[in-house]
Ligand binder design. Structure first.
Ligand code: JHZ
Ligand code: ZN
Length: 406
């Protein structure tokens, strides 16, 4: 199968088909099972610009509805990270007279709350009403819309050029990314920067983190594909910084050509990606083989533990859990429930696999033998919070980069 690249119009060749899948964040009530939404989850790479992307996407209004359940403030590590981000911008980029920062997909205001407290002009662009409301309660100013060229023109009109446009775990979601980049190009001040952080394609391949593949992740960004995208829309990639978040994120800094000297990291990552073959279709073929093995190993382990009479539950219900449970055919018969601290997910079912999501209090009460850590990217924080489980002999099952027990 082939499709047209959303960035350059080139040919995207399909490499991995995960079959009929629900939405990653499609947590649902039992009475809504009948009308559950499914689509064909498949990814491929563009022959011309190497951008890896979904073959088919889910309309954004279905994904980012008013009750969008993911709250970016749900982790202490994330809260600290985004506060540091805000402080960095305040100290290094928002230093001129009356500076202005815009954030695309500002969620519950985890980053902008610090900017608002500092009294700096800002605007969050966030279409999902509930999280937008949560950010307003923190003093954040929000425009409840999807960002694109038209929105950018409106913002420019009303607020003037932006010194910083920021986005985290959001830019790679947007199917009309080409229009977003054109919009940013319009909105940026002459020396302004577009900074965004997204899970790194090199992580997905390197760690067999195939659970990063779901409806919201339209694009799987790498330094090479981001550089090509920036150039195509009249911008330049100045920096690429690896971050530990979400198991391996890359933070990109883009701006008007020639305004800054590109950091050595850009050339270094480009060379590294060439060496790793990340711009070749073979990278996806390798991932397909590795994820097949994880599927077999994880399912076999859970079937064996059930036969032995062990009590196994899940921990963390990230969007990723939908991909893993559905792709590996894991349902409530193998994992009766998953613990998650997010109130908007509790009492609901994981999309497709229909495993119930319960509040953290239920973990200790159930006293399980094993817990599958679906939120593996938060391992340190969760394992520290649940020390008692391990001390009592409970064991964590992880499946990234391979299936293992700790
Ligand atoms: P977490 C998010 O994906 C959302 P997800 C989004 N789609 C995206 O693009 C990626 O990030 C990159 C829970 N938890 O952060 C909270 C506990 O229960 O891996 C969350 O539901 N106890 C925008 O959904 C989940 O785990 C805890 O102590 O894959 C983690 O979700 C902690 C720390 C978390 O994101
Ligand atoms: Zn392309």
């Amino acid at each position: 199968m082939e499709s047209a690249c959303r960035i350059c119009g080139g040919v995207v060749k399909e490499s991995i088909d995960l079959g009929r899948q629900p939405r990653g964040n499609g947590f649902l009530l039992p009475q809504d099972i009948e009308n559950e939404f499914f689509f064909r989850l498949a990814i491929g790479m563009c022959d011309s610009c190497t951008m890896t992307q979904l073959m088919e996407d889910v309309p954004q209004e279905i994904r980012y509805h008013d009750a969008y359940p993911y709250h970016a403030s749900g982790s202490a590590v994330h809260r600290k990270h985004f506060e540091q981000n805000a402080r960095y911008f305040l100290e290094h980029e928002l230093t001129g007279p009356d500076p202005f920062i815009a954030e695309i997909g500002s969620n519950d205001g985890v980053m902008l709350a610090t900017i608002a407290k500092a009294g700096v002009r800002h605007l969050g662009i966030e279409p999902s009403a509930e999280v937008a409301e949560m950010s307003r309660a923190k003093g954040v100013r929000v425009l409840p819309e999807f960002f694109d060229e038209t929105t950018a023109a409106k913002i420019l009109d009303e607020h003037g050029p932006a010194d910083v446009v920021f986005g985290a775990n959001c830019i790679a979601h947007i199917a009309h990314l080409a229009s977003v980049v054109r919009g940013v190009e319009l909105l940026l001040a002459p020396n302004g920067v577009f900074v965004f952080e997204e899970p790194y394609f090199g992580t997905v391949v390197g760690k067999t983190a195939f659970d990063m593949i779901y409806d919201e992740h339209t694009f799987y960004l790498a330094v090479r594909s981001v550089q090509a995208m920036a150039e195509r829309y009249g911008l330049e990639l100045f920096d690429a910084e690896p971050l530990a978040l979400h198991g391996g994120t890359m933070r990109y800094t883009i701006g008007r050509p020639g305004m800054r000297t590109p950091a050595p990291a850009v050339a270094e990552f480009l060379a590294q990606e060439r060496e790793r073959g990340l711009g070749e279709h073979a990278a996806l073929q390798g991932l397909a083989a590795a994820m097949d093995k994880v599927r077999t190993d994880l399912k076999d382990l859970l079937v064996r533990l059930r036969a032995e009479g062990a009590k196994v539950v899940g921990y963390g219900a990230p969007a990723k859990a939908a991909t893993v449970t559905n792709y590996c055919d894991i349902g409530p018969d193998l994992i009766p429930f998953i613990i998650d601290s997010t109130p908007s997910k509790q009492g609901r079912l994981v999309a497709g696999s229909h495993i119930p999501v319960l509040a953290p209090e239920e973990f200790g009460k159930a006293d399980p033998d094993y817990a599958v850590l679906f939120a593996w990217n938060h391992a340190e924080e969760i394992m520290a919070n649940e020390k008692v489980f391990h001390a009592r002999g409970g064991r964590w099952i992880l499946y990234v980069p391979d299936v293992h027990i700790v």
